[in-house]
Design a protein around this ligand. Sequence first.
Ligand code: PLP
Length: 438
Amino acid sequence: MSHVFPRHTKANPPVAASGDGCYIIDKNGKKYFDGSGGAAVSCLGHSDPDVTQAIKDQVDRIAFAHTGFFTTEPAEELADLLVARAPGNLDRVYFVSGGSEAVEAALKLARQYFLEKGEPSRHRVIARRQSYHGNTLGALATGGNQWRREPFSPLMIETSHIAPCFEYRGRREAETAFEYGQRVAGELETEILRLGPENVMAFVAEPVVGATAGAVPPVEGYFKRIREICDTYGVLLILDEVMCGMGRTGTLFAHEQDGVSPDILCIAKGLGAGYQPIGAMLCTDEIYRSIEDGTGFFQHGHTYIGHPTACAAALTVFKKLDGGLVERVSPMGDKLEQELNDAFGQHPHVGDIRGRGLFRGIEIVEDRSTKTPFDPARGINKSVKKAAFDAGLICYPMGGTVDGVRGDHVLLAPPFIIEDSHVTEIVDKLDRAFRSVF
Ligand code: PLP
């Protein structure tokens, strides 16, 4: 009997024994194509020799030094590179161990920023109904994903949730995509005014929505309008690129494609590519200075922030991503989109195929013409996941709730090293899974 506390207590997962490029091999020798990089993590694939060597070298030098006493070379170099490449005026990097921690740090930094500025009433957070920002209490309270929130309600932090920017589900027939984006962005202004701008601290959003809805990109102009509204009312814009960042959508930072810059940015997953647990929060010089010129101490911290071994791994990952790998993402993503459209574009239970770069979602519906989702009791996404896994494909099917409607989708986020034959392998295996479910 295993004494590991598993994610699903009734599951009996195989033992992952080794990794090889795009594949994970279990203890019985079965090979799985990692079509979702776990949960959009393994952007370099598995067992990259450069990253494993960097980890070994760092452990030989020094594995850990507490940030209460020291900084380290890999943390300094990685921060320099991130700041040099981040658009806008993001200027400081706070390293953490994962995505939820990055969001927690962002929320606390936003709060402290307004305290340092003498605006203590600004504490309210606004986010979107279709969102996931992590599982720790602050991050969970921020996310709009109902089935994750409900078991823990009432949550300790009050968050308002406005409509997502989800064209497939939300755009009215009479509107253009642009008009739709302006309309739903306008809900932010309405909510700020309802709460009173003097009470609102931040708006939090994923540039391309990941786990809750399956790679949903915003329509053109949406984030520009969001940025304008935040600026008008002095509200901080926190972008959560934990899942969609680090090249996943074809640019190093996902929001580059929307022509806006956040006040605080959260990254994780692809930052360490799964080789080490690491995330980061980047903030503007203005926010950093509010603390430097004020109390001089960010009221936050964990034992493993700025972990040198994690930073050394992420530094090598970053150099590979920025050294040419991210350039492969858009063309390979276009190829994946094309093959998905060829295979599933007319499928009676596929409502939408969407995404950017190597971040692609397929929305599964019972009825294509009415977009009606399957009854959640049928557990369609779980059946697809199992059938794909049996066929040797790891994909990330989930059920999401959008404006009260629970749906099913498949999220694909393969490693950036995929070749043309791998794209065909993903689509073939997914096709096999669909045939066995429908
Ligand atoms: N934010 C987003 C957008 C995510 O997709 C996730 C995880 O899936 C998180 C935050 C939480 O990250 P972690 O699971 O590393 O805590």
